[in-house]
Each structure stands twice: as structure tokens, then as C-alpha cells.
Design a protein around this ligand. Structure first.
Ligand code: ARG
Length: 244
């Protein structure tokens, strides 16, 4: 079992058993964001583009990874309290967040996008200000965007709840990062949903986060990211997850 597990998950240890291992990189994530970070069908392992990037970064640094699955709005506090070493959760490096934590060099950039029912009346963000309830994840840039626009929001702890709500017909639209929206509409939501771009959203630079005191880890991770870029690993992983 141990060998199989190692092969399957890049040396990741199970949460409870290895908390004291000194070479373990403790990474907090909100594993509800397909295709960036989510749980495998059996719920036993983590998977996704960003999970793969974290595992590659850790390998580059000669460290094991242990993921902690927590709420998105708990990520920054878990770095501040030093419960974990790093966050990896499709987190946009915003100015406000950079006052509280350090960010690594971005590994991804995108914009926000809307997912709506194929037959809905929503064709641009201007159509979303008419009292409809728009599903967003608490503490995300999508939630802040919706608030700024004066949209009526329904707030969820997990991105996967937005998808569930859309499918159940509880909300007519939700806001996500564009790749998450595109992925859903190309897979699970095919035919029933479509994506509406949000051209006036800020560019979302996704980056890993660290405690403000941990400049050293930030530098090591940056170096690993640079190496992975140079080796083509980041491109390969991108192909693996985003090739349609
Ligand atoms: N990029 C957005 C933000 O930083 C949303 C990220 C959501 N991530 C997640 N794992 N649910 O606010």
C-alpha cells in the first residue's frame, strides 16, 4: 500500500501521521476548485493543476507535501498563525492580501468569468444587477467584484457549492475565475451552462502564500518555480489540465 500510495501521490503523506516530519511542507488549500485543487472521487487524495504544481515544487526542493483542506477565508489566518507553511488555493495575489502575507511569483494569470444557465437572460455583467442572486465563494475576489458592482450575492464557503447551487437552479449565475468557469462548462455543465466573460475584472495573478516572516521559503519556492518553468514542467502540467 505504501509504495502504491507514493507512486500515486508524489510522496505526499497522510495528514495525521506526519505532522512532525521536519521535511514536510504543510500546505493549506480549499480543495473545492476544479481543475485547480479538488478531492479525487474516493475523497482520499488531492488532485488538480495547482496540486500538481505544488508537488513538483516540493520535489524540486526535496520536501514532502502534506495538504490541509480548509475554508478559503481561513487560508490567510492559517499562514499568520504558522499552522501551515504555504497556501495553494487559486489565490489571487491582491494588494490587500499582500499586506497580510507574502506571495510567491505568480504561476498563473486569468480574469473572472460568469457561469450562467444556457438559456438565462444574462449576457454581460450589466445584466446581473437586476436583483438576481449571484452565487460567489466567501472571501474571494469574485465575491468582492460582485459587491463592488452592487450585485445581490449568495455566499458559499466552497466553490463546489456554487456549482451545486447552479445545477439545483437555486442561483441563475455564479462568478468564478475564468478557467474554473470554462472547465465546468466544457465538462460537467456542458450544454446546460455557458460562460460570460467579465472584461472589466482585474487580472487575477494566482500565487502561493507564506507567513510574512518566511521570506526564505518564499525565495526557495520562487527558485523552484523558475526551475520548473525553465524545464518545461509548468507547461506540461498546464497541457495536462487545460488541453481541451
Ligand atoms: N482567485 C480567487 C481569489 O483569490 C478565487 C480562488 C478560489 N479558490 C479556491 N480554492 N476555492 O479570491
Amino acid at each position: 500500500l505504501a509504495a502504491g500510495m507514493m507512486a500515486g501521490c508524489g510522496g505526499e503523506k497522510q495528514a495525521a501521521s506526519s505532522a512532525s516530519g521536519k521535511n514536510v511542507l504543510k500546505v493549506a488549500t480549499n480543495a473545492t476548485y476544479v481543475p485547480f485543487e479538488f478531492k479525487t472521487k474516493d475523497g482520499k487524495d488531492y488532485t488538480g493543476y495547482e496540486i500538481d504544481v505544488v508537488r513538483a515544487v516540493a520535489k524540486e526542493m526535496g520536501r514532502d507535501v502534506e495538504f490541509r483542506n480548509i475554508a478559503f477565508d481561513g487560508l490567510i489566518p492559517s499562514l499568520q498563525s504558522k499552522e501551515v507553511d504555504m497556501s495553494a488555493s487559486g489565490m489571487t495575489a491582491t494588494k490587500e492580501r499582500a499586506e497580510k502575507i507574502l506571495f510567491a511569483a505568480p504561476f498563473y494569470e486569468t480574469k473572472l468569468a460568469v457561469v450562467t444557465k444556457a438559456d438565462s437572460d444574462i449576457h454581460s455583467v450589466d445584466d446581473m444587477n437586476k436583483g438576481q442572486e449571484i452565487a460567489v465563494q466567501v472571501g474571494t475576489t469574485a465575491a468582492y467584484y460582485a459587491q463592488d458592482k452592487g450585485m445581490k450575492t449568495r455566499n458559499f464557503d466552497h466553490s463546489s457549492d456554487i456549482i451545486m447551487e447552479l445545477k439545483a437552479g437555486g442561483a441563475v449565475a455564479g462568478i468564478l475565475d475564468k478557467p474554473a468557469a470554462d472547465y465546468f462548462v466544457a465538462t460537467d455543465g456542458k450544454g446546460a451552462f455557458r460562460v460570460v466573460d467579465v472584461p472589466d475584472s482585474k487580472v487575477q495573478y494566482f500565487a502561493f502564500g507564506f507567513n510574512k516572516d518566511n521570506k526564505q521559503l518564499q525565495q526557495e519556492v520562487n527558485k523552484a518555480i523558475a526551475n520548473l518553468k525553465q524545464k518545461g514542467t509548468l507547461n506540461e502540467l498546464h497541457e495536462k489540465w487545460f488541453k481541451t
